[in-house]
Write a protein that binds this ligand. Structure first.
Ligand code: MN
Ligand code: MN
Length: 464
């Protein structure tokens, strides 16, 4: 079956819109690299668009009515946004879901040490990475330090042009003959992903020099001056080591975006913007931006948490529509696009792809009827009837879309949050944007696909 290249369908005006939206997206992912930063940015954008904090609404006993817009934040790492529809909520919601955590290195609880006059931070990687890709590149530190007095200090080092960067050393090729014989998984060990952060010793008396970590102490004193934190404060910190610097236009024709963590902000950002843009929906609209997808959607802020269900109960209660059976019905009658990135066909690595069932840059938003591995294990297998309905509204909305599998049968596999939501008996399909270099420190996407994703999400919220 032939799927058209979306670029060929754009007139001048659309072309300008495609590039303008890509630029907004490029800025968003340059400024917001962690789940906490994405959540905070989403709250800001939501407030500007007239959203109110659901918990505040509940506390004040305000009754919600159709057209009202509210959001709920979970532990500063995930967010749910709703606009109440004109239909009863028990008829079901139209839900967009995506994740805002990305593979990275987290610093350990007791991270700081010194070796031969160099100060390092110990890390433990998060999500699936090829460890050797994270050496010899500019890195930044993003995160928070929660103090004993309840205050939280935001940390960001390595993004401002005047900031220093940090990084992980690589072994020089001249001495790497033994290393180059190792298998890819062993080229760099997870335990060796130590971030170099300093080399100047603090001033000290001659007799102190032997037993003290003077370089580490100097780092602590810099951190104390800048952030008011002490070494013990690392015990209650969440600091992520991520690639430093902004996302960039990619390709001589600027048709693509290169940047860190587009899995899955390339779905999260268009979902968020669609949620803010679509007004007065018939069915209650919802966008869920969740954490912990890369490690199995676990914990309070992952999709397996009761956060969504609890929040929906609060929303229905505030709208005067709550009962246990109405909540169950709302879940069962909901429609969801569970958005995550798909592996773009890459002519450099044709062996792992089946050409006819791969997704391609420029051919629009991707639908994966199923994901999983080894005979679809772990997959949500979307219902054919639901896909039929989606084809109708996407064709009517003029949205470019394609279908794909994640690689050849038995080449590997993956999963997303779709199967978790499907457990509520709702209609869910995996969808999203094609990405090259998935999980590498620099991922690549097509601007046409990002624009088609936005169109798809708006169409879905209005018509599903
Ligand atoms: Mn993902
Ligand atoms: Mn991923």
């Amino acid at each position: 079956m032939e799927r058209k290249n979306a670029w060929e369908s754009y007139d001048t005006e659309t072309y300008i819109q495609v590039f303008a939206f890509a630029e907004q997206y490029r800025k968003f992912i340059s400024e917001n690299k962690t789940e906490r930063e994405c959540t905070a940015a989403a709250v800001e954008l939501a407030k500007e668009a007239g959203y109110r904090d659901l918990y505040g609404v509940v506390e004040q006993g305000i009754a919600l009515k159709p057209g009202d817009r509210v959001y709920a934040v979970n532990m500063n790492k995930s967010i749910a946004l709703f606009e109440i529809g004109t239909e009863p909520i028990e008829n079901g919601l139209n839900i967009l879901g995506a994740h805002i955590d990305s593979p990275r290195l987290d610093i350990k609880q007791d991270p700081l040490y010194e070796d031969t006059g160099l100060a390092f931070l110990n890390t433990h990687y998060y999500g699936g990475i090829k460890k050797y890709q994270w050496t010899a590149r500019p890195m930044a530190l993003h995160g928070v330090v929660a103090l004993k007095d309840g205050q939280t200090v935001r940390i960001c080092i390595g993004e401002d042009e005047t900031d220093p960067i940090v990084g992980i050393s690589d072994l020089l090729i001249h001495l790497a003959s033994k290393q180059m014989q190792k298998s890819g998984t062993d080229v760099v060990a997870g335990e060796d992903l130590n971030v170099l952060v300093g080399s100047i010793p603090a001033a000290a008396e001659e007799e102190e020099k032997k037993e003290k970590r003077l370089v580490a102490d100097n780092i602590l004193s810099i951190l104390h001056t800048k952030y008011g934190i002490e070494e013990e404060d690392f015990l209650s910190a969440e600091i992520e080591v991520v690639p430093a610097g902004p996302a960039r236009d990619y390709g001589i024709d600027k048709s693509m975006i290169a940047g860190y963590g587009q899995d899955d902000r390339v779905c999260a950002y268009p979902s968020l913007i669609a949620q803010l843009r679509v007004r007065n929906p018939r069915r209650t609209s919802c966008t869920l931006l969740v954490d912990k997808e890369e490690i199995g959607s676990v914990g309070a802020t992952g999709m397996h948490s009761r956060f969504f269900e609890n929040t929906l109960a609060e929303l229905m209660n505030a709208a005067g529509q709550y009962s246990e059976i109405a909540l169950r019905r709302a879940l069962r009658h909901s429609h969801m696009l569970s958005s995550d990135v798909s592996a773009a066909y890459d002519p450099n690595y044709p062996d792992v792809m089946e050409k006819q069932n791969s997704c391609y840059f420029g051919k629009g938003v991707v639908f994966n009827k199923y994901t999983g591995a080894r005979g679809k294990s772990g997959s949500n297998d979307a219902n054919a009837e639901f896909l039929g309905m989606l084809r109708r509204i996407l064709d009517e909305g003029g949205v470019a879309f394609q279908t794909a599998e994640l690689g050849k049968v038995d080449a590997g596999g993956g999963g997303t949050i779709a199967y978790i939501m499907a457990g509520y008996d709702m209609s869910v399909v995996d969808s999203g944007v094609a990405v090259q270099n998935m999980h590498a420190p620099m991922e690549v996407t097509s601007k046409a696909d990002i624009y088609e994703a936005l169109k798809c999400y708006c169409t879905f919220l209005e018509n599903a």
